[in-house]
Design a protein around this ligand. Structure first.
Ligand code: C2E
Ligand code: MG
Ligand code: MG
Ligand code: MG
Length: 285
């Protein structure tokens, strides 16, 4: 334990403990500035229809290009953004950018946007979504909102109300990371989801882990009975797609079909350039 004198104050610190905390607060400060510094970018990962083998949509996945650290993974900064409330302005940036970019894609693919739990409990999320669609000109039917299973159990009544309002706008709603959020099976019956995304951890275990395989099978069957689509996340091997196809899974997403990529790298996605490459339309909610 080191002792350091700061004027007349004495503070004790444990270097190892402090390091993690200092690192976090540095990241938080830098994340606060990331939007204005134009350090955020959306990558897009294809989602494919199992029957036709064609791309049905793209999921927008956030990347942070840090001037010193390079690309910071969302698994690192999204939790910090959630704890500090920064996820709300960041989430609005993601929504606006994804809609604006998709609106000028060459083909009218669906775009899927992740919505954090803090955005869901914001009173005006439906209004923000509606305004974003209006300003960007994206038709509502092309927007899908991904809500994690874990985030809906916090305030079920409120969430149900918000999801109904969102669906009334004409957007579709997918339950993300299904199987990891400790909700009950009836959640899929009560909440009007259009789609359920089976978490990658179960897809990973397909064909060699008996329990994971059973969970995937049961989820596909449940979704089909409830007449909602089911997408398997994290498909990396051919044997997984063969199994999923045989079981009647409707959509797949994973490195086997494409990694998340910046738009210019995706053929067929770049349509008109954004007028003079200028700023995205601002939204006053
Ligand atoms: P998610 O929404 O479940 O997104 C899927 C994640 O799985 C992505 O990680 C994607 O790159 C990864 N993935 C896709 N296919 C494969 C595969 O075949 N193998 C493996 N190993 N991984 C695969 P990513 O981009 O690192 O994002 C991680 C998580 O961060 C997302 O999980 C989501 O929860 C969160 N996130 C990312 N962007 C946003 C955002 O804009 N807003 C919010 N609220 N959360 C976001
Ligand atoms: Mg997602
Ligand atoms: Mg997921
Ligand atoms: Mg996930």
């Amino acid at each position: 334990r080191a002792k350091r004198s700061l004027g007349d104050k004495i503070c004790y610190y444990e270097p190892s403990m402090d390091e993690g905390r200092r690192e976090r607060s540095a990241l938080t400060m830098e994340l606060r500035r990331a939007i204005e510094r134009d350090e955020l970018e959306l990558y897009y990962q294809p989602q494919l229809d199992v029957q036709s083998g064609l791309v049905s949509g793209y999921e927008a996945l956030l990347r942070w290009h840090h001037r010193k650290r390079g690309v910071v993974s969302p698994t690192e900064f999204i939790p910090i953004a959630e704890e500090t409330g920064l996820i709300v302005p960041i989430g609005e940036w993601v929504l606006r950018t994804a809609c604006a970019e998709a609106a000028i894609w060459e083909k009218p693919y669906r775009v899927a946007v992740n919505i954090a739990s803090a955005q869901l409990t914001q009173a005006d999320l439906p209004k923000i979504v509606q305004e974003t669609l209006r300003v960007t000109g994206l038709s509502a039917s092309r927007l899908e909102l991904e809500i994690t299973e874990a985030s809906i159990i916090e305030d079920r009544e409120r969430t149900l109300h918000v999801i109904r309002q969102l669906k009334a706008l004409g957007v579709t709603v997918a339950m993300d990371d299904y199987g990891t959020g400790y909700s009950s099976l009836s959640t899929l019956q009560v909440f009007p989801f259009d789609k359920v995304k089976i978490d990658r951890s179960f897809v990973d275990g397909l064909l060699h882990d008996e329990a994971a395989t059973a969970i995937v099978k049961a989820t596909i069957m449940l979704a089909s009975t409830l007449k909602i689509s089911v997408l398997a996340e994290g498909v990396e091997r051919q044997e997984q797609i063969d199994f999923l196809q045989a079981e009647g899974c409707t959509e797949v997403q994973g490195f086997l079909f494409g990694h998340p990529m910046p738009i210019p790298a995706i053929a067929g996605l770049v349509g008109r350039k954004r007028e003079n490459g200028g700023p995205l339309p601002a939204i006053s909610a």
